[in-house]
Ligand binder design. Sequence first.
Ligand code: PSU
Ligand code: MN
Length: 312
Amino acid sequence: MKRLDHYLEISKDVQEAVNEDLPVVALESTIISHGMPYPDNVKTALAVEEAIRQQGAMPATIAVMDGKIKVGLTAEEIERLGKEGLSVTKVSRRDLPLVLASGVTGATTVAGTMIAAHLAGIQFFATGGIGGVHRAGQDTMDVSADLLELQKTPVLVVCSGAKSILDIGRTLEYLETGGVPVIGYRTLEMPAFYTRESGFQLVSHADEAGTIAEAYRVSRALDYPGGMVIANPIPEEAAMDAGLINQAIEDALREADENGITGKAVTPFLLERVSTATGGDSLRANIALVLNNARVAADIAVAYAGRKQKGS
Ligand code: PSU
Ligand code: MN
């Protein structure tokens, strides 16, 4: 039997921070390979790491390389992943075993990153948007494994909601059924990634990172198996016009349908079409919201570590 550490490689900085209960924030890599074009993807990934350091936490970008889950990529590894882009395998829970066994390069989704973060002892994770129930998902059963991972792996995920390429209402229903807390950060409404509003109200919200850190501590104390979603809207000044973005999304959905796009290719296809249709605007919005989520996740991680050090 091969031991876990044969497949898990944690950088020295990240390992030290975890050992000392210092704040650490995990970052996914599908957003690098499949979510943005090169070189903006690499620039953004490095800026996100810097934003986390600025808030006093340690970033840990995660991917699969050389037959190992690497937690805490180097700048060179991030560059390699960003350059290879769409040719890198997108790795969710079901993909991990064979990708590790065969040694191909893999970019982890929210689900894949949660698994890795948990194995490495990291509790907080920042991303752009989570996967969800796709439109007509009640017929196709295209429901992201992210929603199931949130039910079984205790990692807190800060995101800007879910894109309206998805069915946001059904995504929230699915999370509710799975018992996953969805907490609006300074908002009463589920954000829709590019816009601050979706039309779907949330039942939980919090205004302070410390309150969220406490809620997470309680969920651990109650032995909840799963994680949490912190829904942090895109900053006002970066938000897009709802009419414009929704038109681009409708067009992308029609195109996906006409081209018979299915399975794990659906999300990257829609992301690429929407991004092309809106020119640079959606990319700028995407970068702004990811940076903002990174800061909030770091604040939560710092608040969590601070309380622990006081011994309470
Ligand atoms: N949504 C985005 N940007 C992304 C993704 C989703 O706005 O980059 C990526 C994330 O990695 C997410 C994954 O975990 O897509 C979900 O893919 P799927 O729907 O195939 O589970
Ligand atoms: Mn899917």
